[in-house]
Design a protein around this ligand. Structure first.
Ligand code: C2E
Ligand code: MG
Ligand code: MG
Length: 397
């Protein structure tokens, strides 16, 4: 059964209908994007995230055939279903192109989508190897591990681009392996989303972050932290109280915490999501849109919802010196953010050139391997003790 589907189609009505239909057929993660370029940026970031792409053939800009070619270049490993109202022979020649360049074509769907055709398709498409491996974590495994302290946050420092001072740290989930090393928590995240346990996992990490913030304060480091929240948790109306009460019990302030909304499906911003976001803001939390530019958050949503921070996706940051599209995206992000009074964060800063660029564009905060890899709670304190601002200032001077 297919679990993650990306829909690329320039028709907003089709996107909305496809999303509803896919979710009603039991697909848990649906992302809809309006252009081939957006779809490719998403796949470039995560070539094996999706099991299936529904690809429209007729789009302005890059058409479906251009996108197939680029997918092959990116070594996309999932399947593609062609969606088109073109005649049968057009579809079959495109199908052949795909197969000749090594893309697995799972089938063709005509517009409008029909539930029975879609059902047959998503049943037939196997999950990618990675997804199968990730799913090896059963519900029971997950419940068992939630009771231990083996799921821990690591922290990636963020620096203010004005003065190179540390302005915060993003908490990222890791699994403590039996030899005490910290390994990727991606499998547990996907499993938690699949088994409907993402909110208990989020709360577990949130509690661990509060403990770590208290430890930092005892050591004289009053830094705040960002915590990632999956969209599914934003539909749970008791989330604001669950988080606020824990912050209060710890004697910390909600404004010490930024909640990053990671969008892995179209945020529909129904009444529940909007209520939860509003109440989180009222409670004093800061709210960040993560991976902006490749995800599904629209400019309109940016205007209407109570975000405080815009986190530009690394696709527009890394090695993008000569990339006109990345250039325009960064410019637009900074303008939009200033109109809305949002703080801008650039993620994925890997080189001094990346850092210089985002500084020149006027972004507020930077995060990435150049500044530091994600660090355990203790290592973060040790890193802070080594006066990182001084050496960073020297490095970009
Ligand atoms: P994200 O929130 O966009 O986090 C940034 C990811 O980029 C992290 O991967 C980080 O380690 C990586 N990264 C940081 N600097 C660089 C760099 O300079 N270059 C490159 N190429 N990558 C960099 P990680 O830790 O594997 O997390 C992946 C995603 O998993 C996160 O993306 C976030 O969406 C999700 N995630 C992580 N922890 C949590 C969590 O506690 N809860 C939820 N709901 N999601 C989480
Ligand atoms: Mg994040
Ligand atoms: Mg991000």
């Amino acid at each position: 059964m297919t679990h993650r589907v990306l829909v690329i189609d320039d028709d907003p009505l089709f996107l909305a209908m496809a999303e509803d239909l896919l979710i009603s057929r039991g697909v848990r993660h649906v992302t809809g994007l309006a252009t081939g370029a957006d779809g490719l940026a998403k796949i470039k970031n995560a070539p094996d995230l999706f099991d299936l792409i529904l690809l429209d053939l007729n789009m302005p800009g890059l058409d479906g055939v251009n996108v197939l070619r680029a997918l092959a270049d990116l070594h996309y490993s999932g399947a593609v279903a062609i969606v088109s109202s073109e005649a049968g022979e057009v579809i079959s020649s495109v199908r052949m192109v795909g197969e000749m360049i090594g893309i697995r074509i799972a089938g063709a769907l005509s517009k409008p989508l029909r539930a029975a055709e879609l059902d047959a398709l998503i049943r037939a498409v196997p999950e990618t190897r990675r997804a199968q491996a990730l799913r090896a974590v059963s519900r029971a495994d997950l419940i068992a591990i939630l009771d231990t302290d083996r799921l821990v946050p690591v922290y990636q420092p963020q620096i203010s681009l004005k003065d190179m001072r540390v302005s915060g740290a993003e908490a990222l989930l890791r699994l403590r392996a039996p030899d005490s090393s910290l390994v990727s928590g991606a499998g547990y995240l996907l499993a938690a989303e699949t088994h409907g346990l993402i909110t208990p996992l989020t709360i577990r990490i949130f509690e661990a972050v509060l403990d770590d913030l208290l430890a930092w304060r005892r050591a004289g480091v009053p830094t705040g932290a960002s915590v990632n929240i999956s969209p599914a948790s934003l539909e749970e109306r008791d989330l604001p109280d669950a988080l606020s009460s824990r912050v209060r019990a710890a004697g910390l302030k909600a404004s010490d915490i930024t909640l990053e909304v990671t969008e892995n499906r179209l945020l529909d911003f129904g009444a529940d999501t909007l209520e939860v976001l509003s109440r989180l803001r009222i409670a004093g939390f800061r709210l960040s849109v993560d991976d902006f530019g490749t995800g599904a958050t629209s400019i309109d949503q940016l205007r209407r919802f109570p975000f405080t921070e815009l986190k530009v996706d690394k696709a527009f940051v890394q090695g993008a010196e000569n990339d006109a599209f990345a250039h325009e995206t960064l410019t637009a992000c900074v303008r939009l953010a200033s109109l809305q009074g949002l703080r801008t964060v650039a993620e994925g800063i890997e080189t001094p050139a990346d850092l210089k660029r985002v500084q020149t564009f006027g972004l507020d905060v930077a995060q990435g391997y150049l500044i530091s890899r994600p660090l355990s709670c203790d290592d973060f304190l040790a890193w802070m003790g080594r006066q990182p601002s001084e050496s960073l200032r020297a490095r970009v001077a």
